[in-house]
Design a protein around this ligand. Structure first.
Ligand SMILES: Cc1ncc(COP(=O)(O)O)c(C=O)c1O
Length: 457
């Protein structure tokens, strides 16, 4: 019998834009005993996590809870709930993740309009507002911190313009939540999606989200409760037949109207025919949300006092998220943002002293990601490999048009520390010298130390 070795991952210093090192307190929290998902002890943990998330998102929204899945699941859940086929959407794109929002929305049947900025830049808010007025969308979907280019898009004026015009706005704050200010209420953001494995220093696998009553109203118009969860007094209350909306009231003789008919064999269909029910619709006549797993109208029922079952909650991941957010709130949001700015300054000072060129417009640099142009004649992947193999430090490459052109260095959450910044600068200098680069040896770490000795920024 083949024997497999004990799992023994090498400790790493992770300086990428995610995943980053998990806080050891988070890892310890994950090892606690499993509780049942309706155990009052567990539902109390759920409620507490919602309360903490409201503080993190800076919102009074009733709904603030995690979607089980990576950050993309939070984005997809929000978009699946807010987009009905044919809805008009505006996506301002300034990097890879704007393209992701476009892709997700197109798959959901939206009529998607885009505006684009060259990578390395962001939009003047007025440019987005003009595009909004030109295409009159139902929803604007936009990235806050674009990790592919290391830029941050100012959102306040855009959020307020959407509110004045009665347009919803959904935001990808995956890279920014817990690292730089995300003001859900003050910026009039209707739905915001955060990331676990970035500035919260929780392993990947949960996407904290929040949305307000305006977004909820849209979800509720599209709500459908699973038939198997309805009480016995409402046997056929799975949609239109019970609620009197547009779908046919009686079972059709033909089988084509049955949902999922294609999955049944002719024999099974014949035997099922006497019990055929009309196709289900949403209870209030909106089009049914296309995903079951990512149906926020059902998920919020599970997070409400009703505790209406959906999927089985990810117990250990919730422990992790709760601990991650607890750490953030203990540190204090403003203090945490200041810490991220301090280490960003030290890192940037060190890179510049080393003679490295930072990529992108500095006016819109995202505090938690530094993008460095790979010097002429240097093999970027070889540098990354050597950093990992010789120093145990991981930095990231990039995507699309920036692939092979820049390195991306993250200073997020638990990974955002003086130790990591100094280690990285020293190691990068050594590796670049080893690759034949010409640079002023020793200057980088000294420049960073100068920042640290100068105190806060
Ligand atoms: C800005 C941004 N949005 C969305 C995502 C997707 O997140 P995930 O990989 O957790 O699904 C990422 C991941 O890197 C990201 O940086």
């Amino acid at each position: 019998m083949k024997r497999y070795a004990d799992l023994s991952p090498t400790p790493r210093t992770i300086m990428t834009p995610g995943p980053v090192e998990a806080d050891p307190r988070v890892l310890r929290a994950m090892s606690h005993t499993i509780l049942g998902q309706f155990d009052p002890e567990f539902t109390a943990i759920m409620n507490e996590t919602m309360e903490m998330l409201r503080e993190l998102f800076r919102t009074d929204n009733r709904w603030a809870y995690p979607v089980d899945g990576t950050s993309r699941s939070g984005l997809e859940a929000v978009l699946a709930g807010l987009i009905e086929p044919g809805d008009r959407l505006l996506v301002p794109i300034f990097g890879r993740f704007g393209h992701l929002l476009t892709e997700l929305s197109q798959r959901l049947g939206a009529e998607v309009y885009t505006i684009e900025k060259p990578w390395g830049e962001v939009f003047e808010p007025q440019e987005v507002i003009e595009a909004i007025d030109a295409c009159r969308p139902d929803l604007v979907a936009i990235v806050h911190g674009e990790t592919s280019t290391g830029r941050v898009q100012p959102l306040e004026a855009i959020g307020k313009a959407c509110r004045e015009r009665g347009i919803l706005i959904a935001v990808d704050a995956v890279a920014t939540l817990g690292g730089v200010p995300v003001e859900t209420d003050a910026w009039c953001l209707d739905a915001v999606v955060g990331g676990a494995q970035k500035c919260l220093s929780v392993p990947s696998g949960m996407a904290p989200i929040t949305y307000n009553e305006r977004a909820e109203a849209k979800l509720l118009r599209r709500k459908r409760v699973e038939r198997g969860l309805q009480p016995p007094s409402e046997p056929a209350a799975d949609g239109a037949a019970a609620s009197g909306s547009a779908a046919p009231a009686a079972a059709p003789a033909g089988l084509a109207a049955l949902p999922a008919v294609g999955s049944l064999s002719p024999a099974a269909l014949a035997s099922a025919a006497p019990t055929l029910q009309p196709p289900a619709a949403s209870e209030l006549g909106g089009s049914v949300i296309r995903s079951n797993y990512l149906d926020l109208s059902q998920l919020q029922d599970y997070w409400s006092p009703a505790r209406l079952n959906h999927h089985t909650e990810m117990t250990s991941m919730l422990y992790a998220l709760r601990e991650g957010v607890r750490i953030v709130l203990e540190e204090g949001l403003e203090e945490r943002f200041a810490r991220h700015r301090l280490h960003e300054s030290a890192l940037v000072a060190g890179l510049e002293a080393m003679g490295q060129r930072l990529y992108g417009n500095p006016a819109c640099k995202l505090a938690v990601v530094a993008c460095v142009e790979i010097p002429e004649g240097i093999d970027g992947e070889s540098v990354r490999s050597m950093l990992l193999e010789q120093f145990g430090i991981e930095i990231a490459s990039s995507f699309g048009p920036l692939k092979g052109r820049i390195w991306r260095i993250g200073t997020m959450g638990y990974s955002c520390s003086k130790r990591n910044v100094l280690l990285l600068l020293g190691a990068l200098e050594a590796v670049l010298l080893r690759h034949g680069a010409e640079l002023k040896a020793g200057a980088a770490v000294q420049a960073a130390l100068d920042i640290y000795e100068g105190g806060s920024v």
